[in-house]
Write a protein that binds this ligand. Structure first.
Ligand code: AMP
Ligand code: MG
Length: 488
């Protein structure tokens, strides 16, 4: 790998130089051949032992300048002035064939100066969870960090029980978080904030440089990408679970997969994370929380927006307040496509909301119903299997009549609608109970076959694949996962 190190060329207080701590017996679970190709990495994969050493930090390749990044963050609303990478190390950056720059980071590679009392390690379960989730989200079309490799370490880590240790290699267009800006606000270090904002513009938002007020434009574009990101989560039923400001990347990628989950039954109040007892990060709260986090970012860059603080606040407030509208447009745009509406009509929102309401009231599986609708477009199609899922089938069938009216089947080819709907309503999502099964067989039996099968099914989520019928189904009542854990 040809590393470049633009972040470690920033001033020393942006990070701490940190060598990954070697592990006893690194063994490759898997590496992501497609991503290796996309990133144009010249890795010799013929020697898995050597690859495992690279992706565990036992070998540091020439050109890598490993660092742990400094950041702060609001955790569940409480400000913590110093968090930082406590169990992650950035090996460096690589450029792909299009000259796009990517961070290559090890997660679980040993203590850093930010570890506080943590061990800097990761357990196999959470590594598997993040690998599957991030690759599935990518295949579903969501902006996300990627997973390049996973290895077991041959060492144990101590959590609630003793668990096998593992290391994930993560790829993202950068790891700058809202909390990275907050780290310097807490220190009143506005030179650092300006440096960071300039770095972010150069690396992630180069267009902003052309605007009259580049920093205001930076804020606007970050808000836009975040609105689009949260909308895509809502379209799929994804709950991040810990939207602390340190877990929000300003690139607009989903990062830090911890106690995240996918909805089975549609429910805006759904909370899975064991640590979210107040439901701050409930499914239906995610847009509001993103906006709150963005307001924290805006606070950090106020002096860059205008020398007069009052004017700076007015400019920032304007942008933060437009978030709602921007988000609504992304959300409704995507939902229209999911429902097969190929044009915009004023009553679309109410038709969409009526079905979501029915799903919530009757406790119906979101992904299954949305995919099922693709086969219910034509008036001749049999919808009994679908309506049987609603304990009041009459209400659902009545809704279907109104929905079909709206589809304007007289003037639009139903096959075109079906094609479009099938390209956006997935068959396969990383359901919580499937992930649990994969983790159990990997951790309990050292068996990674189910992991590989699930990854394969999820890599093509919009295509019905008869080989993986069981992965389509919602959990049976004894399989339902009610709580997820961050496992840190
Ligand atoms: P997270 O819950 O992953 O967003 O992490 C919150 C903070 O705790 C970050 O600063 C992490 O680096 C740190 N952290 C999480 N797990 C560990 C660990 N095992 N050892 C040291 N620090 C950790
Ligand atoms: Mg985090």
């Amino acid at each position: 790998m040809q590393f470049e190190n633009t972040y470690s060329n920033l001033p020393e207080h942006f990070f701490r130089r940190t060598r990954p701590v070697s592990v006893a017996n690194p063994t490759l679970i898997c590496c992501n051949h497609k991503l290796i190709e996309e990133l144009n990495l010249k890795l010799d994969l013929t020697e898995p032992e050597k690859v495992a050493k690279i992706f565990s930090g036992n070998i540091i390749l020439d050109g890598s300048d490993p660092i742990a990044l400094a950041y702060a963050g609001h955790q569940f609303g409480n400000f913590v002035p110093q968090l930082g990478d406590g169990r992650a190390v950035l090996l460096g950056e690589v450029l792909d064939a299009n000259n796009a720059r990517w961070d290559i980071q090890l997660k679980g590679s040993g203590p850093t100066l930010f570890s506080r009392n943590g061990d800097g390690r990761a357990a196999l379960g959470p590594v598997i969870r993040e690998y599957i989730l991030s690759e599935s989200m990518h295949a579903l079309g969501v902006a996300t960090s990627r997973s390049l490799a996973a290895v077991t370490t041959g060492e144990n880590v101590f959590r609630e029980t003793v668990e096998p240790g593992a290391i994930l290699t993560r790829v993202a267009s950068s790891h700058i978080r809202v909390g990275t800006f907050q780290y310097y606000l807490a220190k009143n270090d506005f030179n650092a904030i300006k440096l960071l904002a300039d770095y972010a513009i150069n690396r992630l938002y180069p267009d902003a440089r052309k605007a009259k007020n580049p920093y205001l434009e930076l804020l606007r574009q970050i808000c836009d990408r975040q609105a689009s990101l949260i909308a895509s989560w809502m379209h799929l039923g994804f709950i991040h679970g810990v939207m602390n400001t340190d877990n929000m990347a300003i690139s607009g990628e989903t990062i830090d997969y911890g106690p995240c989950a996918f909805l089975d039954n549609y429910n805006p109040d759904a909370v899975f994370s064991s640590i979210d007892s107040m439901g701050r990060y409930a499914f239906g709260n995610q847009a509001k929380i993103a906006q709150w986090n963005l307001a924290r970012l805006a606070e950090c860059i106020l002096p860059l927006l205008h020398p007069d603080e009052k004017k700076a606040i007015a400019l920032a407030t304007d942008i933060i307040e437009t978030f709602d509208g921007v988000y609504d447009d992304y959300y409704l745009g995507g939902m229209r496509r999911k429902f097969g509406f190929l044009s915009n009509k004023p009553k679309d929102k109410s038709i969409i909301d009526e079905l979501l309401d029915l799903m919530q009231r009757f406790g119906v599986d979101y992904t299954l119903v949305m995919r099922g609708l693709c086969s219910a477009v034509k008036t001749s199609s049999d919808i009994t299997e679908l309506s049987d899922k609603f304990s009041n089938a009459i209400e659902f069938e009545d809704w279907v009549r109104r929905w079909r009216d709206r589809l304007q089947l007289g003037s639009i080819d139903p096959n075109e609608i079906i094609r479009s709907m099938k390209s956006i309503n997935p068959v396969f999502i990383p359901r919580n109970h499937l992930i649990e099964n994969v983790i159990q067989s990997a951790v309990g039996d050292n068996d990674f076959k189910l992991f590989q099968d699930l990854l394969l099914a999820l890599s093509n989520p919009f295509e019905d694949n008869k080989d993986f019928m069981s992965f389509k189904l919602p959990p049976k009542s004894n399989e339902i996962v009610h709580q997820t854990y961050c496992g840190t």
